[in-house]
Each structure stands twice: as C-alpha cells, then as structure tokens.
Design a protein around this ligand. Structure first.
Ligand code: CMC
Length: 430
C-alpha cells in the first residue's frame, strides 16, 4: 500500500491526503502539488532546503554520510578507474559504455571542438580585462544563434547532437576567453589530443614555440573534471532546468547555468579560496581570520568550507586532497607556502568548536583551486574550469527534463508581503 501524509488546513480543519514519493535511495518526499488546488494554501521553502523540484535518475548525494553516486557508481571509483569522457557518456546515457560506444562518443567529442569562425570574433568585442566567466556566459548564449538545424528540443537525436557539441566546444570557448584576457592569439583545438590535454594546449600553447602537454597535469585535470561533472539539483543545474523548462534554446539554458555558477557561494568559491589565501597571507594570520569567520558582524567567511548538502565531509574533497599532494610533488612544489597555508588553515578549522558544531568541512573547491594554481591556471579561470566539467551535468539534466513527457514550465509561487491594493496617486498629490 502506498504511503500518504495528511495535510490539515489550520483555518477550517479540512484534510488533504498527500501521497509520499519514494526514490531508490534517500528520503521520501511528500507530493504537495494538490495542496493549493484543494486548500488554497501555498507551501513555503524560499531556498529549497526541503523541496525536491523533480525526480532524477542521474546523481545521488547522501550528505550525512559523504556519498556521491553518478548513475549509481561511487564517484571515488570513477575517479580512480574511469576518464572524464567515459563519465560524460555515463551521465548522459545512464550506463557505462562498451569499447565501441566509448570510441564513437570520444571521436564525436573530438570532432566537434572547433567554433564557427564568426563566433571566434565575439571575444574581440569584450574589454581586454573582462572576466572569463562574463565571456563564457555571453559566448555560450550566442551559440543559440547557430545550429538552427539541430535545436528541435523535442527530437532526441537533436538533443544528443546538442549535448555533444556543447561538451566539445566549451573547452575551446573557455580557452579563447583566457587568450583574449592575456592578449595572446587564439589556439585552435587539436583533435588528436584527449579532452584535457587539448584544453591545456589551447590554454598554454603560443605560436612562437612548441608546447608539450604534461600527462600528470592532464590526468589531474581529468580527475578534477570527473569530480565536478554533476551534483544533482545545485543552483546552476536548477537554473538550467528552470530556463530549459520554458522550451528555450538549449545553449541559452546552459548560459543561464554558467551565470548561476559564477557566484562565490557556488562555483566562484574556488577563485574565492585563492583570493582568501592571498588575503590571509601567512600562517601566523590564521587565528585572526578564523575569528573573523566566526564573527556574525563580519562578512568574512572561510571560503571552501561548508556545504548545503554535505554535513560530514565532502567526498570529492577527500579524493582531491590526495591528487593535490601528487601534483605538487610532481611539480616539485611540496614546500609551496600556499599549500602549507591551506593545510594549516584546514587543520585549525577542523579543530575549532565553531566549525565542528556547524559541521563546516573543507569542500571540493578548497583543494581544486590549489591544483589549478599549481598547474599555472590563472585564478580568474578557476570557475570557467568548473563550468567546463559541469557542462556535462547541465546537459544530462536538460536532456532528462526535456525527454520527460510530464515536463511543465517551472513556476514557483510567493508569499506576497508588499503593499495592499491602493489607487494611483497623481504626481501633484505625492
Ligand atoms: N565560514 C564561516 N561560517 C560559515 C561558513 C563559512 N564558510 N559556512 C557556513 N557558515 C555558518 C553560517 O554563518 C551559519 O551560521 P549560523 O547558524 O550561526 O547562522 C551556519 O554556518 C550555516 O550556514 P548557512 O549559510 O546557513 O548554510 P548554507 O547551506 O545556506 O550555505 C554555503 C552553504 C556553501 C553557501 C556556505 O557554507 C558558504 O558560504 N561557504 C563558503 C563558500 C563555498 O565554499 N562555497 C562552495 C560550495 S561547494 C561547491 C559547489 O557546490 O558549488
């Protein structure tokens, strides 16, 4: 027998029986869709702490136990055994590919890396010091002006082509934004290279000399991208779903996700971590900044600490921490003062009662910023790197949503707290 929960109207005692929705894993949900229609009462959850906006078969998070599964597979197993391209296939299609499926997918991604030449001109329109995330938001949105022959969102084949194009082109766009920022010529993709090697080359190669990709750097990037590929209904993914639910062009929906990712409470945190470490400057200053973070009257927060969902530890942070050591050792940067400062800050915060009581642990972005820095990636490119990886999750969620025949436009309601109805006042009477 399916479970239900009663909702009693406090005004008139009328009871509505609400069905409980059970997933494969995790807490059940109360289906409140009939509450307004039957009782004329809204449910209220401004930052969605208790509200499921959809059902989804892509990613599962158990924040209390630090579990993150992509299509059922633990992220640590994928980070250890898989590749970003294989994980992309898994997230988009639901199953791990066999050898020929992987080969076909990998080839398709490699062959869609180039940008329409007129699109490459868009970068010149930005001021030289525009943030790469501004360029990413604008240029990805501009992709909606291309590919009219394959953006019938109700055609599954078109959706597949869109996702592959988007995943293939986002590194090229991010690298072009960086080249614009540093005033160097745009480097065209080289399809013989794997996804991350190609990205590193597009970022760092210059026409004046040969560039050799460091396989350790490419591998570290690949692992980081696996860890960032999806994270269920986070702010940017929910934004992509919300924009996409209107039936808009999918590239425009992805662009809205990029804008949402930019904020320091979300993907912008990796950049904010580095700026914070610079601000702290020295191990001796840590106690002062810990006190600032605890002070309610001080806006300073320890960036890279805390998470809306993970209240024990962020499983991605544990994996990344290990890679962080490997990369620094490989690059001969173990004594890097920045890394020492980060580790000391982590140690102090983990032993501080305030952070312990509020369950504020280092999240994935605490370490990813340090790896990016060690790889020579400039701080304002950290969030675009996150965006490259998360593009896979955004595409998977958009495809899942559009492919669902029950999909309706997302339209939240509100509790209105403004002025009561009143009559217009003529200018000479105000
Ligand atoms: N430093 C100091 N205090 C903190 C921090 C922090 N980083 N994070 C939370 N708190 C305090 C907060 O002040 C609040 O205290 P009180 O209960 O006394 O009011 C309590 O802990 C709960 O915090 P919250 O802001 O209600 O929690 P939230 O779930 O709304 O916010 C968060 C989650 C990630 C936005 C927040 O922890 C934060 O701002 N962290 C720093 C930014 C960051 O690292 N973001 C990256 C998240 S991981 C990447 C991603 O998924 O995008």
């Amino acid at each position: 027998m399916s479970k239900t929960m009663n909702f009693t109207n406090p005004e008139n005692g009328e009871v509505t029986e609400l069905p409980m929705i059970e997933g494969t894993l995790g807490p059940a949900g109360v289906d409140v869709r009939s509450v307004y229609g039957q009782q004329g009462i809204f449910t209220y959850d401004p930052s969605f702490s208790s509200t499921c906006s959809c059902d989804s078969a892509i990613t599962y998070i158990d924040g209390g136990n630090g579990i993150l599964l992509y299509r059922g597979y633990p992220v640590d197993q994928l980070a250890k055994n898989s590749s970003f391209i294989e994980v992309a296939y898994l997230l988009l299609n639901g199953e791990l590919p066999n050898a020929s499926e992987l080969e076909e997918f990998d080839t398709a991604i490699r062959r869609h890396t180039m940008l329409n030449e007129s699109l490459t001109k868009f970068f010149q329109g930005f001021r030289y010091d525009a943030h790469p995330m501004a360029m990413l938001t604008g240029v990805v949105g501009s992709l909606s002006g291309f590919y009219h022959d394959t953006t019938d969102i109700y055609n599954p084949e078109h959706r597949k082509i869109f996702a592959r194009r988007m995943i293939a082109k986002i590194p090229t766009i991010a690298a072009a934004a960086y080249k614009r920022y540093v005033g160097q010529p745009f480097v065209y993709p080289k399809n013989e290279l794997d996804y991350c090697s190609n990205l590193l080359r597009m970022l760092f190669a210059v026409p004046a000399e040969e560039y050799e990709v460091d396989p350790v750097a490419a591998k570290a990037l690949d692992v980081l991208f696996i860890l960032h590929a999806d994270h269920e209904q986070n702010a940017s993914t929910s934004t992509v779903r919300m924009a996409g639910s209107t039936g808009c062009n999918p590239y425009a929906a992805i662009s809205s996700g990029i804008a949402a990712l930019w904020g320091p409470a979300h993907g912008g945190a990796n950049e904010a971590v580095l700026r914070m470490l610079d601000q702290i400057g020295d191990v001796s200053q840590i106690p002062r900044f810990i006190e600032k973070a605890k002070d309610k009257n001080d806006p300073f927060r320890l960036m890279g600490f805390g998470h809306r969902v993970y209240k024990n530890f962020d499983p991605r942070a544990n994996i990344i921490r290990e890679y962080c050591h490997q990369v620094l050792e490989h690059l001969g940067m173990e004594d890097n003062p920045l890394f020492e400062l980060a580790l000391k800050l982590e140690e102090v915060a983990l032993n501080d009662d305030y952070f312990k009581e509020k369950k504020l642990y280092p999240n994935v972005d605490f370490y990813s910023g340090i790896i990016y820095k060690a790889l020579g990636i400039p701080v304002n490119m950290f969030t675009p790197m996150f965006a490259i990886a998360r593009t896979v999750g955004w595409c998977a969620h958009w495809m899942e949503m559009i492919g669902d025949p029950a999909m309706r436009i997302a339209r939240p309601r509100q509790i209105y707290v403004g002025s009561d109805q009143r009559d217009y006042v003529q200018m000479n009477q105000r």
